[in-house]
Design a protein around this ligand. Structure first.
Ligand code: SF4
Ligand code: FES
Length: 249
């Protein structure tokens, strides 16, 4: 395949940045989007140019490191798919493809397609954990969990923290991410003792980090590679109301 790539190049946080066009020839349709960028980078390095910086790690859709806007869509055109799992066969020979970093106030650009997502860490630090005595692992059946709760908690726990939901949201809101983390722990018995402080702390942390508010646009769940549902935001709102009014469950 021969494609034309228009890529956001930005030398650093203070640089204005600009789109740069590259003709990328002879790419296998079976290459992943990141492998296509690897090939381009090798060619850039051989030509003495700066390679394009982008985040990646597992390349298996599980670590949450990769992510970029591809033709204006977070993670590209394929539903429920991370950038690393997207393959060039989903594009056509001769296509022009625009590639940009996540655009959100809370995710400043570090370089090219790399953004600083440490704002997510501050949300996790504010409550994305349980406090439990350490020691030997308890027996698996020591704390019974209804199957329906276990399944719902597992679904919430599949959030990989990629940030696509924030990038797609017109408000730059982190609500889907926070709702996944609050929901994951709040659905399990082990998460109950800190359920109220967790939701209050994590919502305050996302506001402090500069994420926008949720107005139910629903763009987040559309691009989420793990299909985290909007119902978890409803659950977060319910938990938040209870916690902030001090009502008992
Ligand atoms: S909710 Fe989905 S889009 Fe948002 S960080 Fe988690 S996996 Fe990524
Ligand atoms: S590189 Fe790990 S999810 Fe894409």
């Amino acid at each position: 395949m021969d494609i034309k790539l228009r890529v956001w190049r930005q030398a650093g946080p203070a640089d204005k940045g600009r789109m740069v066009t590259y003709e990328v020839k002879d790419i296998s349709p079976d290459a992943s989007f990141l492998e296509m960028l690897d090939v381009l980078n090798e060619r850039l390095i051989l030509a003495g140019d700066e390679p394009i910086a982008f985040d990646h790690d597992c390349r298996e859709g599980i670590c949450g490191m990769c992510g970029m806007m591809i033709n204006g869509v977070a993670h590209g055109p394929l539903k429920a798919t991370t950038t690393c799992q997207l393959h060039m066969r989903h594009f056509s020979d001769g296509d022009t493809i625009d590639v940009e970093p996540w655009r959100a106030a809370a995710f400043p650009v570090v370089r090219d397609l790399v953004v600083d997502r440490s704002a997510f860490d501050s949300i996790i630090q504010a409550g994305g954990y349980i406090t439990a005595p350490t020691g030997a692992a308890p027996d698996a059946h020591a704390t019974p969990v209804p199957k329906v709760d276990a399944d719902a908690a597992f679904e919430a726990a599949t959030c990989i923290g990629c940030g696509a939901c924030v990038a797609a949201c017109p408000n730059g809101s982190a609500m889907l991410f926070t709702a996944a983390k609050v929901g994951h722990l709040g659905l399990l018995p082990q998460g109950q003792p800190e359920r109220d402080s967790r939701v209050l702390g994590m919502v305050a942390a996302q506001d402090e980090a500069g994420f926008g508010g949720c107005t139910n646009a629903g763009e987040c769940t559309t691009v989420c590679p793990k299909g985290i549902p909007l119902t978890l935001i409803g659950r977060l709102n319910s938990d938040y109301r209870r916690a902030s009014t001090g009502r008992r469950r």
